[in-house]
Ligand binder design. Structure first.
Ligand code: TMP
Length: 206
């Protein structure tokens, strides 16, 4: 299965993605890889630094870089793993581009829909959205240290991203699972995630 984890900055998706891939391997005896965007392929670190540095000037530059990052990530990591029968847990994917570059930056949705189709990006079987208020997300991002260029955009930008995610989840509700994160610990959020999967009949086989 191809499972993507999404959310605004500070939503806790990295912790959950790590716990989830470990759970797939240890509790479900599945083959699974954990990867992420941007930068989850050999050579991706350079691109990641460039795109989160805030130094790009043309309004399409960051969008092109995220699409290039995804294309190489799909070709070198995601598709080979899926083809070999492994599960792929990916922290951020095309929905991040839709939420950040379309809802956040105001670029056109249909262009990115077409590009994803043209590029034959595999569509996730499941996308988990960790939904957190922008205020709490930014507080958590700040507590981790230096903010990247997206986090520095502040509450109003993060509010647009969150609205984007919620709108995207309504376009394709069968693919999306929304986990509301309020004051729970990461262990509690993980337990809610597993219960939600079970109630949807996902990964109940063993
Ligand atoms: P990260 O902090 O989750 O690793 O991601 C770095 C930043 O990149 C984050 O603020 C979200 C942003 N981003 C986009 O704007 N578009 C994208 O397509 C992706 C994958 C990430």
């Amino acid at each position: 299965m191809f499972i993507t984890f999404e959310g605004i900055d500070g939503s806790g998706k990295s912790t959950q993605a790590a716990l989830f891939s470990k759970w797939l391997i240890e509790h479900k005896q599945r083959r699974a890889i954990l990867t992420r965007e941007p930068g989850g392929w050999p050579g991706g670190a350079l691109l990641r630094d460039l795109v989160v540095s805030g130094s790009l000037r043309h309004q399409w530059s960051e969008a092109f870089l995220f699409m290039l990052d995804r294309a190489e990530h799909v070709a070198t990591v995601i598709q080979p793993a899926l083809d070999s029968g492994s599960d792929v847990v990916c922290e951020r994917y095309h929905d991040s581009t839709l939420a950040y570059q379309v809802w956040g930056r105001g670029l056109p949705l249909d262009t990115f829909d077409q590009l994803a189709k043209l590029s034959a990006f595999p569509v996730p079987d499941l996308t988990v959205l960790f939904d957190i208020s922008p205020e709490r997300g930014l507080r958590r991002a700040k507590s981790r240290g230096k903010l990247d260029s997206f986090e520095k955009e502040g509450i109003s930008f993060m509010t647009k991203i969150r609205d984007g995610y919620l709108a995207l989840s309504k376009r394709d509700p069968d693919r999306w699972l929304i986990i509301e994160c309020t004051e729970e610990s990461s262990e509690e959020v993980f337990s809610i995630l597993i219960k939600s999967l079970v109630s949807r009949g996902i990964f109940c086989d063993k």
